[in-house]
Design a protein around this ligand. Structure first.
Ligand SMILES: N[C@@H](CCC[C@H](N)C(=O)O)C(=O)O
Length: 265
């Protein structure tokens, strides 16, 4: 048996097992190990696992796995947590340029600990039905706008799973974000997310709230968009371009170290 040292981080309740893998010792093909480490009863427990690795051209590389044990796409909350982790390790100071599954990202850590993570430009969105759009913010997201005062009671697991496994999305999957617009412009957009690869509702999803903010810009939202998830509040800023793309997209929010430990693997 070997001993693995890990750190647990969370960003608005989306939680991750973080591993300093600069020595590149972690076997990323060991899906059963990742599932065990993310298991909330038999392992550490998390929505995903993130390896921080050295990279010749970037400050570091972030390798993200969903709780199902398989490599995932971009993780926005995980990206913010990885930036905070890199700072904790002394790999960076307060600015960084790192590599993730969807390409390079810039980020900075403000004095209050809030992480500003630049997301990839987003090339438009696809109308699926009258109240739902699909867009990719580094991960695939369906954004479904709900009637007022219905989000709190929605069965996100059942409704989200049905969409994630329907004819259109079954093969590659999608994350599903249910959204309620604010009653007045000073209030936040409320979001609950069923997350692919976790296959359950998570307390928040960073690429998800980014998708919601951009989709909401077609429904009156303006940058900066304030979003409220069951795990906490996030902000998204962006520039909308005439060709319906979005540039200078930032996901802004906290990233908290919860504990560290060792586990026999
Ligand atoms: N929670 C993450 C999303 C991680 C990827 C997602 N599970 C997927 O497989 O698409 C985030 O904060 O963006």
């Amino acid at each position: 048996m070997n001993t693995l040292t890990f750190f647990k981080y969370q960003g608005t309740g989306n939680d991750f097992v973080m591993v300093d893998d600069r020595a590149q010792q972690f076997d990323e093909t060991n899906h059963q190990l990742v599932r065990f480490l993310c298991d909330r009863r038999r392992g550490i427990g998390a929505d995903g696992l993130i390896l921080l690795r050295n990279h010749a051209q970037y400050d570091f590389e972030m390798v993200y796995f969903n709780a199902d044990g398989y490599l995932g796409s971009m993780c926005g909350n995980g990206g913010r947590c990885t930036v905070a982790f890199a700072k904790q390790l002394g790999v960076i100071d307060t600015q960084t340029h790192f590599l993730a599954a969807d390409g390079p990202h810039e980020a900075r850590v403000e004095a209050d600990g809030i992480v500003h993570l630049r997301m990839q430009d987003v090339l438009g969105q696809q109308e699926i039905e009258e109240h739902s759009v699909f867009l990719n913010t580094g991960s695939p997201h369906l954004v479904q706008f709900q009637p007022a005062s219905t989000l709190a009671e929605l069965n996100v697991f059942a409704e989200g799973r049905a969409i994630r496994y329907n004819e259109q999305f079954r093969e590659k999957g999608t994350n599903v974000n249910f959204v309620e617009a604010p009653a007045t412009p000073d209030l936040p957009w409320q979001v609950r997310t069923y997350e692919r690869g976790v296959e359950d509702e998570t307390l928040s999803c960073g690429t998800g709230v980014t998708a919601v903010a951009l989709a909401a810009s077609k429904r009156g939202a303006t940058s900066p968009v304030h979003l409220r998830t069951p795990g906490g509040d996030l902000r998204v800023t962006f520039e909308a371009q005439p060709d319906d793309s979005f540039t200078n997209v930032y996901l802004i929010g906290p990233a908290t170290r919860v504990f560290e430990g060792t586990i026999s693997v």
